[in-house]
Design a protein around this ligand. Sequence first.
Ligand code: FAS
Length: 391
Amino acid sequence: ESADVVIIGAGPAGLVLGNILLRHGVDCVVLERADREGVENRARAGFLVPNTVRILERNGLDGGVRRGGREHGVCEFRTETGRFRLDYRRLGTGEPHTVYPQHELVADLMARFLDGGGTIRFGTEAAAVADADGPAPSVTVRDADGRPGRWRARYVAACDGRHGAGRRSLPPGTVRHHRDHGVSWLGLLAEAPPSLDAVGYAVHPRGFAGHMARSADITRYYLQCDRDTPADAWSEDLIWDELDLRMRASAYGPLVRGRIVQRSVVALESDVLEPLRHGSLFLAGDAAALLSPSAAKGANLAVLEAELLARALVDALVHGDPEGIDRYSERCLAHIWRAQEFSHWMIRLLHERADPGDAGLFRERLRHVRLASLRDSASRQDWFAEQYVGI
Ligand code: FAS
């Protein structure tokens, strides 16, 4: 089988890319290993930066966000020296986040692509991309019944995450910058309304705790945990007691409890591949770079890269202009590294390092000063707000 562009992966990256290509009449197909329900029910991100909403809007993909998205513009830090709030909607560029669960956005994008005549082959796992260094790459696949197949293409877009076929098919010599932040989070999804009207960041001697609204009745919590903690290690009561303790509920009010409907332990790691183009193969989203959820950038970068790649492929295929594909990697990497820098800064701001000895103590004191300058300095707060909603 064949298509001008074969997209591997029906996540935010693959579906934004597919919708824009379809809109410009480019022949494309999306190969997705999960079934439709599996993709639509995978709860993940939820904070969209303003640029993401603008990208969705100018490509006619913002219907769901407009109907269901909610503005969010305050974050609250709770530390040993008290709490402070940053109304980041009135700082820096003066823009809020839009809270809209990623799986709802993916469902919108999928429906739009299929309604527009797009093709998604569900249950189709890409095994490898071959001949990417020439003008006729191909993707070997296995369908839901395990039957082998091959898709021929002019270009292949690997939007299949950090463990996908795209990364497996990269030529030797691809650089992978990797950082293990030495911190793990127990990520929780609770059937409970948000307990704060803000994104909550609790810095506590027992470890970090985070609170992020997902909808009016679903809230995402994070609890820093040891690296090898099994996701089911703690009972629900223990989880809520620990969240209350670290978020200092005794001082600032109890958290609204509810059933925990999803839990996973995520090791905070980051990586960036360079370059993001290899001949006729392009990487976008988590396949290109993995960001820790600390600054809520991953899904937003995926959307940005998808639009950049879509425009480049339309220019190349429809207008015969290769400039966009030639510059795709350098343009994306500039955004990726800026997002990585801020995500890394957030990790060091919110987490004690378990380093023993005076190196750890020295780092601890620096962390307290960073928190204090964020509390006290208007220019620091403007910088924070600009980075926080920037992409
Ligand atoms: P995705 O992983 O979303 O999609 C890849 C798709 O490819 C999947 O559907 C997969 O099934 C498919 N696939 C993989 N291999 C394949 C193969 N070989 N063949 C065919 N299909 C294949 N980001 C934020 O911005 N904010 C957050 O708050 C946030 N929280 C997160 C919480 C958790 C627990 C996790 C795990 C991630 C979080 N992220 C967050 C990051 C996350 O949202 C990603 O950045 C985002 O999903 C990236 O989108 P894609 O690159 O499209 O990859």
